[in-house]
Design a protein around this ligand. Sequence first.
Ligand code: GLC
Length: 445
Amino acid sequence: MIKKFLLKLSFIVFLLVNSVFAQSKINPDSIKTKMQWFADAKLGIFIHWGIYSVKGIDESWSFYNKKISHSDYMAQLKGFTASKYNPEEWAALIKESGAKYAVMTTKHHDGVALWNTKQKHYSMVKNSPAKRDLLTPFYAALDKQGIKKGAYFSLIDWSYPDYPGFTKDSTRYKVSDDPARWQRFLSFNQAQIDEVNKTFKPDLWWFDGDWEHSAEEWKTPSIRQNILKIKPEAILNGRLQGYGDYDTPEQNFPVTRPKFNWWELCMTINNNWGYQPQDTAWKTPYEIIAIFADAISNGGNMLLDIGPKEDGTIPEQEVHVLKELGKWNKKHAEAIFSTVGGLPQGHFYGPTTLSKDSTVLYLFLPGKVAGNIMVKGLKNTIKTIRVVGTSRKLEPKVVGKISWSPIPGLVFINVPEDVQDEYMTVLALELDKPLSLYQGQGGLK
Ligand code: GLC
């Protein structure tokens, strides 16, 4: 009896130590190193490609919300051809946009795998006329372009017979009522994650749907461990009930700087993730650029979504946005990539970034600003002001500097109309030494 108890106790202690160890594996120094490419990347392209593009309806949610029956939804499999799919062209477009990583839906909440899964479940290979693995050639094309590979993977699988959730008002069972059935689902799901991990070795995992179960139920610590066992440097997004590496605000724009070390705004170009021809609420290239500049100014990334059609063509409005964004990124690369978030609010009316050593301050001028712009609280001396991507230089004028006061004057910079970028002009202020700011309330302090 006592022996049994001791055995049990030591097992529990073993489990506890193990899980603490698992968490402490997220050591702050090594995570910083691991996250560096992501922090420098700034831009990723999200791809929602699935059978929902056949009818042009909400990805998975359309049957969950009962806008369409599950069988009619799944019948879209028969219309998914990928007949014009050109992964090299996709990768080239992603490269042209300036993005450094791409995240592809390997499986959405509808459960349809885009690769040749060995598990007994839907796949484009077995169940659609596309009849092939869509991920292998895409990830190979990304590799060729030097773009990091991201795998979106939905933890939720509303089509799997052992998954509890099905539609908004029908559930197959409760986990607590049938833990063995839930375990069958978990084993299946983990097997699919392992397949993707072993076959494609994603640099980044973009999990989704964690809200339906707790970390304990999903076993997210072991999902994390299993991935890192095979690829220790992989980055995991935050939708793992506390076991991810970075935060993922979705469609909503932070106003104050998020507190997380790493975050990524995921956003659609119109209002939907997948291809929906009736949705013509296209954001313009300028709007996308303004949002992107705002995200990087606040230390974040942007993951911009495209929704290809069932045949693999990308809607022309999305191609247009990616190309225009790419043009702007190319011209202003030094102000965007490998920079860090800029000035705290209050110093400049617009987004800013800083070189890593904080000796170059980049000012983004939204809305075709010309005339005098103002920077407050800059203690540094400005050595030079360059209009990024051009050979033009501008002059600062410091006003209101009182000789006896340590508080810096205001910097005005006159921006002539003829230096304006077609979308957003960026100025580089080269400073005498690393950035130093005055953040007081005026007066004598
Ligand atoms: C949400 C939705 C999903 C979409 C994802 C992208 O979690 O459930 O449909 O793929 O956001 O961020």
